[in-house]
Design a binder for this molecule. Structure first.
Ligand code: AHR
Length: 674
């Protein structure tokens, strides 16, 4: 069933735990006088199918999640646009190599790209010969990337830039350490004056001869003259499916098997002001031509290399359904009047045509030109984000709803208004439910949807997390509360169709929001305990929910049971239990409806997420201090007495014996398994 390769330290911990189990009875207070029973009905046909879409991910461009994160572009502010369209502008984080006596660097608006006119002008005053000799390493500019570029020995990187000059050029393109002292990879670019008298695209592959996680990209020369640069990009050649995504971070996503991808925000979609909100049309087409924009909610510039097309591509690559959240004419501080909303409605319709239109449609043809002739499988859109309480929400919403329903009758539309406690006053296929709260609140919300009407639209819990002091930057306590909440969602999955944690990623150099599921810097990453909780639910989407009754007086325990199949067709019963309390629990599990001897001992496992202290967190130093530990379940059976550790999340996977059938075919016989 493929959890993950168990690191040696974890194996030691496992051994330690099994040796210490007897002592644990002494160490923990055991709820001995409270017999706790979990009765599970596994009889054929008794369960209910969980929606295929139940657990997915919500990607927001927050915390430098995409730019300087999932999107593998190494250069920050590659087009020199981040300082604004007015010149002179701030070229940060670019810096100058050399002093005023040897070069003058400025910005002008001479770029060949219409939507991003700012270019960098570099006047080199020194030369390789004559009275004013350049310093030996040359003069020029460098870019440190997003808090250092991760350049790895043996790996290749494609560097592209646009250049123009008044004369011939002779320059070095190199990756160096953060001070420019040692060179990791370098190439020379030589061109005659006529070759570069107009803007010219240069492309070079650099192979790194050593590793440095905090490198920079340099463009240097010892040749006198005037050179302009624009759209300087450096990408590793080795990206996920060759589509530009940082591989190690996508691997973290694939491990939790997301069934949908909600994107690109969040508040990022709204903007503090509409003029700074994400606009899909500005984020498509050749990367060089994209204007980029300043996201004024999370306060950073993005070149929009990770644009609308790339999000749809990512969903495709993950085999997850895309859920596009678009701006409905409302930001945090301004709103378009419903009487003037039609251009925004048209923008959304064009976005749908871009994703789904055929090759003869205007926007479908643009998608095809970007390399994806087949339509993307876009079936869900969210009309705005957290805007239900805003004055124009309902008016604007209905304009979008009607137009999309007419043009795309099958598209499911998600409203920002919560329909879980009272009926909606407008039509919708689903409603958004967001919850950020304390650990005890979220844990008790395991019953949130128990009494929700089953007649209205379905619920999409598109953002949930424990926040505040219970969570720190990703505590076990927060994760356990989330596990309890998710068990509640699993049980109510007849009404809750989708759920995703938020936020998904944080670059530790720009923590705008705590906690997050996946933490990274230029070269490292780890999952917080909340990430690992999601891992326990990876098999739930599309599985069968079994009737499970927990007989206990304790309000600190919640449990569920499902049956699921692995990729080899083996069937498991997965029993998940959260113990949110500080006492160990002796639990009797009885599974009815199974034939005698129908549980395989050898493949049955127990997986535990816990730690010595509820406020423990993972870190770059101890990335898997709190991670699921899987061991064989020696007591696997229909009837089991197990101990559930305090402050823990445990799953028991009982491998069901396959029934062998002997099929007679003429005079030969074969055996097949079901
Ligand atoms: O997940 C972080 C933010 O929380 C999202 O941008 C927003 O939708 C919510 O308020």
């Amino acid at each position: 069933m493929g959890y993950y390769k168990v690191p040696r330290s974890v194996l030691f911990l496992c051994l330690f735990i099994s040796f210490c189990l007897p002592c644990q009875f002494l160490a923990y207070e055991v709820e001995a006088d409270q017999p706790v029973q979990l009765l599970i009905d596994a009889s054929e046909g008794s369960g209910r199918r969980i929606p295929d879409t139940l657990f997915g991910i919500f990607f927001e461009e927050i915390n430098h999640a995409g730019t300087g994160g999932l999107w593998a572009e190494l250069v920050s502010n590659r087009g020199f646009e981040a300082g604004g369209a007015n010149i002179p502008s701030n070229i940060d984080p670019w810096s100058i190599i050399g002093d005023e006596s040897s070069l003058i660097v400025s910005t002008d608006r001479s770029s060949c790209f219409e939507r991003n006119k700012v270019a960098l002008r570099m006047e080199v005053l020194c030369d390789s010969e004559g009275a004013h000799i350049c310093p030996s390493g040359g003069v020029g500019i460098y870019n440190p990337g997003f808090w250092g570029m991760n350049i790895e020995q043996g790996k290749s990187y494609k560097v592209v830039f646009y250049v123009r000059s008044t004369g011939a050029i002779d320059m070095s393109v190199s990756f160096t350490d953060s001070n420019g002292f040692s060179t990791l990879a370098s190439a020379n670019i030589i061109a005659s004056a006529s070759d570069v008298s107009n803007w010219t695209k240069m492309e070079v592959i650099l192979e790194a001869k050593s590793t440095n996680h905090n490198s920079r990209l340099q463009l240097t020369t010892t040749k006198k003259g005037v050179v302009w640069f624009d759209q300087v990009s450096a990408m590793p050649l080795d990206t996920y499916k060759g589509h530009g995504f940082r591989k190690d971070l996508v691997d973290m996503l694939t491990r939790i098997k997301p069934r949908f991808l909600r994107f690109p925000g969040g508040c990022f979609v709204e903007g503090e002001w509409l003029r700074n909100a994400f606009r899909w049309k500005e984020s498509i087409g050749p990367w060089e031509e994209r204007p980029g924009h300043f996201g004024d909610v999370w306060m950073y510039w993005t070149d929009d290399g990770l644009g609308y097309f790339e999000f749809l591509q990512l969903a495709d690559d993950l085999d997850a359904l895309p859920i596009w959240v678009f701006n409905n004419g409302i930001s945090h501080n301004d709103q378009v009047d419903t009487s003037s909303i039609l251009p925004f409605v048209q923008e959304a319709l064009d976005g749908l045509e871009f994703a789904r239109g055929d090759l003869n449609s205007k926007w479908g043809a643009v998608r095809a030109a970007m390399g994806h002739p087949e339509p993307f499988d876009l079936r869900y859109v969210a009309i705005g984000n957290e805007d239900c309480g805003k004055k124009n929400y309902r008016g604007n919403y209905l304009k979008f709803y009607d137009a999309i329903r007419r043009a795309y009758p099958d598209i499911k539309m998600i409203t920002n208004c919560d329909g879980s406690s009272r009926p909606l006053d407008h039509p919708a296929d689903m409603y958004d439910f967001h919850i950020y709260t304390s650990a005890s609140n979220l844990f008790s919300m395991t019953h949130q949807f128990d009494h929700t009407s089953r007649n209205g639209p379905k619920a999409f819990v598109s953002e949930y997390a424990v926040t505040g002091k219970d969570a720190g930057t990703g505590s076990l306590l927060a994760a356990l509360a989330e596990a309890g909440f998710l068990i509640g969602l699993e049980k109510n999955s007849d009404i809750v169709q989708m759920a995703s944690y938020a936020p998904l990623f944080v670059n530790t150099n720009d923590r705008r929001w705590n906690p997050d599921a996946i933490v990274f810097n230029s070269s490292q990453h780890y999952g917080t305990p909340s990430y690992w909780v999601q891992h326990f639910f990876a098999e739930s989407s599309g599985a069968t929910l079994l009737n499970a009754a927990l007989e206990t007086n304790s309000s600190s325990l919640v449990a569920s049971a499902i049956t699921w199949k692995n990729s080899e067709g083996q069937s498991y019963i997965r029993i998940k239990i959260v113990n949110f309390g500080s006492t160990s629990v002796n639990l009797k599990i009885s599974v009815s409806g199974l034939d005698p001897n129908s549980v395989e001992l050898s493949g049955s496992t127990k997986t535990i997420l816990t730690s010595a202290n509820v406020m423990d967190e993972n870190s770059f130093k101890e990335p898997e201090k709190i991670a699921p530990i899987q061991t064989l379940l020696e007591s696997a059976d229909k009837e089991m007495a197990v101990q559930v550790l305090p402050h823990s999340f445990t799953s028991f996977d009982l491998l069901k014996k396959s029934v062998s059938l002997r099929i007679k075919e003429d005079d030969s016989s074969s055996i097949s398994s079901i």
